[in-house]
Design a protein around this ligand. Sequence first.
Ligand SMILES: O=C(O)[C@H](O)[C@@H](O)[C@H](O)[C@H](O)COP(=O)(O)O
Length: 247
Amino acid sequence: MPSPEIFKFASADEISTALDHFIAQASHDAIARSGRFTVTLSGGSLPKVLAAKLKSNTTVEWSKWHVFFADERCVPHDHDDSNYLLAKQQLLDSVPIPANQVHPINPALVNDRHAAAKDYVQQLKSVFGEELPSFDVNLLGIGPDGHCCSLFPGHPLLDVKDTWVASLDDSPKPPPSRITLTYPVINNADTNVFVVTGEGKADVFHQIIDLKEPLPSGRVQAKRRLIWFVDNGAAGKLKASTLKYSL
Ligand SMILES: O=C(O)[C@H](O)[C@@H](O)[C@H](O)[C@H](O)COP(=O)(O)O
């Protein structure tokens, strides 16, 4: 398993610039290797930080992108809680990714989370076939409790290994009904990237990186690279010695 690589920046704005360069390069490399770039997006603060610079990047071959969601709330696409709506407003409306290569939750199934999760597995199969999906990049956030995707501390979904997409109706972060990728898919990515900003994440980032507490975000692995983009606020409680990993 790769060691975490921690990149620290002065501000969220600097992270946006670094993410723009990083994702453009990852996209270029993946397209050179396999003819496409497969990526997942999370909700929360991530889409805005990601899109700030990337949405204007004309060097990216957007037509080769296949976009999925690391987790999604079971709400209609036009609902304020929709991660798809957020990604659309922040990034997808600004870049020419073919509509059939963007994979939101099936809006007809948002009242049946089990059916929505099954449908999402089929959407994954439409791109990855029967093999366990291996995304080029998952873009992940963390909550102050250490959750990522919709994998919450102490929740039974942390142990799910027999499905690529699971559902829950008791998310401690509202709204309660969600679908989420499970660890077998998340950890089979070539690269997992966490984006963590603000002092509100300083404690949990320290718990995960320095104290190695087995919080959901701390259980994320990757085939090749496990990367953290953090700002000064989020890294405020990190032990100085840990930053030997910084660039
Ligand atoms: O649907 C969700 O709730 C998100 O996908 C979630 O997993 C998010 O990434 C974290 O909660 C961090 O959110 P913030 O960046 O807003 O703290």
